[in-house]
Design a binder for this molecule. Structure first.
Ligand SMILES: [Zn+2]
Length: 82
């Protein structure tokens, strides 16, 4: 697997292709990723590391998050994220 800046650090999924680019609030990101500020995680792996489902308040209100938040709602509806 070719790792680039967009691959999920945990599962290797290409977050650019899946359009999972987003920013979490700093304190949330630091909790799940204390050593790596530059890596990417897909939404599923973020929730695994957090140990809970992501909620809207984990995201700052930036345009960059629109796609991720839409995707999150979609995933939750389909119960993909456990
Ligand atoms: Zn992942």
């Amino acid at each position: 697997m070719q790792l680039n800046g967009f691959n999920c650090m945990d599962c290797g999924k290409d977050t650019y292709q899946s359009r999972e680019y987003y920013m979490l609030r700093n304190d949330v990101w630091r909790r799940i990723c204390p050593d790596d500020y530059k890596g990417m995680l897909c939404l599923v792996c973020v929730e695994k590391r957090l140990g809970r489902a992501l909620v809207l308040s984990d995201f700052p209100y930036w345009n960059i998050n629109d796609e991720a938040v839409r995707k999150l709602n979609l995933l939750s509806e389909n119960c993909v994220i456990k």
